[in-house]
Each structure stands twice: as structure tokens, then as C-alpha cells.
Design a protein around this ligand. Structure first.
Ligand code: PMV
Length: 311
């Protein structure tokens, strides 16, 4: 066994298809390389975690980190490691729809396999991350695991499709963080409730979201930024119907649309977290970012889609 194992992963952005992806509809996502998590593991006397949310014995982690406790217990047992000290450093804002929990699970799994010098297949990685995400989220579609562990944008369908999908379109994506913690677990659970109480109507909303994602894929392939923007805003209306938006997200989305954005929608689980704004030019994205920062938005990132270099 080497003295230290290291694993990395990035955050992710779901461009289209959150929530409906849980019910078998397609989604488009990409690894957000501006944000990253690094996990490091080495031998020690007792299992110990150093992270922004816990510095102490793994046995005493808060409930919010049980996914990490369970994942590492499984890795320790299956890879037959000694006791370990795990360090997690992350620039992915947690609970903002950027896939932080999945990215942490990807980085930890990679770190343990690196430590043991064992080959980690993609399927095995996704299986470990799914195990951790079941604990964190209840019913994960797997898109977070797939996107945070990849280097390319993907077109994804639960259990059936995971295709690389070049996101080349002449547009800019502004990612804005409301600073409000999203509630993926609660949002996924309340959508499941909607399904139970109102199956017909909820199914129709899911199908609409799925169709919007398929049209968005075509709009990207045809390099039609205006159409993509309109589809994003239409998806936001359906996400609102699923009760995963909030008055604050709605307010920001109306604001950016009034400033000439091509489209806007929440991203990830919703109920807070981040939203996306599509613009034609970088200047417009910068102008809208400046307005949002005046309006209490916590952080913004601008991503050129036509010139995106995924590494
Ligand atoms: O909030 P995040 O980053 O975990 O994204 C959740 C995406 C959902 O579609 C709402 C759930 C899922 O597992 O696909």
C-alpha cells in the first residue's frame, strides 16, 4: 500500500432535465471544472475525517455526513485497508445543485483505490457513488455521479444512456449562486409525493420536461442559442409546477429575462441553490452578473459554451 491515495472530482451543472431524469427522461449535464473536490487518504490509528464540516473521528460525524461514514466503511472493508485519515478539500459550494455530495463520493472512492493501487472501473465507481447518494438523496438518478466523474458533457438517461455530448453553441452560460441552501432530498421526495397524489398530471410534466431536453439537444446541435434559451425558460415553468422553484429563484429569473437574457432556469435539486442564465455574448453575461451581485447573489461563474475546453 502506498503512503497516500488521492482522488479528484469536479462539480456539475445540469443544463436541462433535473427531476424528470429521476423518472427516466433524458438530461444534459456537464462537469463544472471551475469547482473541484480533492480527497486524500493515508494510514493512521483511528478512522479520522478532516473537512470543512467535521474535524474528528469518523465515528462522530454529524448526520449530514453519514453518507461519507458509510461509504468509507464499505471501502475499508471491501478494499481491506488499515484505519485511515481522510482529508476533503472542496471548492464546490454544498447544497447548491452542483452535485457536491456525488463529487465528494467520487473523489473519496478514487482516493481509496489510488491508495490501494487498485484499478477502478467506471461501473464500479458509479456503483460506490450510487451507494453513497442513496444515503444522501434517497433516489438518485445517477446523473450527478456520471457528470462529476466525467470530463465531457453528457446526454444521460437513467440506467440506459450515458453518451458524451459536445456542448458547442455560440452562447455563454452564467451560473449564479443564490447562497440559499438547496434541498435536493426534500425536493426529490416532494416530487415523488406529487406523483403519488396526482400521477396523470405529474407524468405529463415529466414528459414535457423530457421533450424540452430533447429539443434542447437538437438546438445545441443546430447552434441555435435563442431557441435553447426559450427551452430553458419553458423548463423553468415546468420545474415551478413541480414545486421545486422558490419565490426568490422566480424573482431572479424574471429579473435576468427583463435584462435580455436568452433564457434562465434553476439547476439541480432546486428549493434554493444555483440558477442558469443563457446569454448571447460574454459582455451581456458580465453585465447581468454585475446586476445580480448588487441583488445579493452570492457568487457567479461565466462559462463560454462555444469555446469550452473540457480537460
Ligand atoms: O441538487 P443536486 O446537485 O444533487 O442535483 C439533483 C438532480 C436531481 O435530478 C433533482 C436528482 C437526481 O438524482 O437526478
Amino acid at each position: 500500500m502506498t503512503s497516500e491515495g488521492i482522488g479528484k472530482a469536479s462539480g456539475k451543472i445540469i443544463l436541462m432535465g433535473e427531476h424528470s431524469v429521476v423518472y427516466g427522461e433524458p438530461a444534459i449535464a456537464f462537469p463544472f471544472i471551475g469547482t473541484q473536490v480533492i480527497a486524500k487518504v493515508h494510514e493512521t490509528d483511528e478512522n479520522f475525517l478532516s473537512s470543512a464540516y467535521h474535524h474528528g473521528l469518523l465515528a462522530t460525524v454529524p448526520v449530514s455526513l453519514i453518507n461519507i461514514q458509510q461509504l468509507t466503511a464499505r471501502l475499508q472493508q471491501e478494499l481491506q485497508t488499515s484505519n485511515f485519515h481522510l482529508t476533503i478539500e472542496s471548492t464546490i459550494p454544498p447544497e447548491r445543485g452542483m452535485g457536491s455530495s456525488a463529487a465528494v463520493a467520487v473523489a473519496i472512492t478514487r482516493a481509496f483505490f489510488d491508495w490501494k493501487k487498485m484499478i477502478l472501473t467506471k461501473d464500479s465507481l458509479l456503483e460506490y457513488v450510487d451507494f453513497a447518494e442513496q444515503i444522501a438523496h434517497g433516489n438518485p438518478s445517477g446523473i450527478d455521479a456520471a457528470a462529476t466523474s466525467d470530463t465531457q458533457p453528457i446526454f444521460f438517461k437513467r440506467d440506459t444512456e450515458r453518451l458524451s455530448f459536445p456542448l458547442n453553441i455560440d452562447a455563454y452560460l452564467l451560473v449564479a449562486d443564490t447562497g440559499i441552501l438547496g434541498q435536493t432530498r426534500a425536493a426529490v421526495a416532494s416530487v415523488a409525493n406529487l406523483f403519488e397524489n396526482n400521477p396523470q398530471e405529474t407524468k405529463q410534466v415529466m414528459q414535457k420536461l423530457g421533450n424540452l431536453t430533447k429539443k434542447a439537444k437538437q438546438a445545441i446541435m443546430d447552434n441555435q442559442p435563442e431557441l435553447l434559451g426559450r427551452l430553458m425558460t419553458l423548463a423553468q415553468a415546468e420545474l415551478k409546477a413541480l414545486t421545486v422553484s422558490t419565490p426568490s429563484l422566480d424573482h431572479y429569473i424574471d429579473l435576468v429575462l427583463s435584462q435580455g437574457a436568452l433564457g434562465a432556469k434553476l439547476t439541480g435539486g432546486g428549493r434554493g441553490g444555483c440558477f442558469l442564465v443563457l446569454t448571447k455574448t460574454r459582455e451581456q453575461a458580465e453585465k447581468i452578473a454585475a446586476i445580480l451581485l448588487e441583488e445579493n447573489i452570492k457568487n457567479t461563474w461565466i462559462q463560454g459554451l462555444g469555446v469550452y475546453q473540457y480537460v
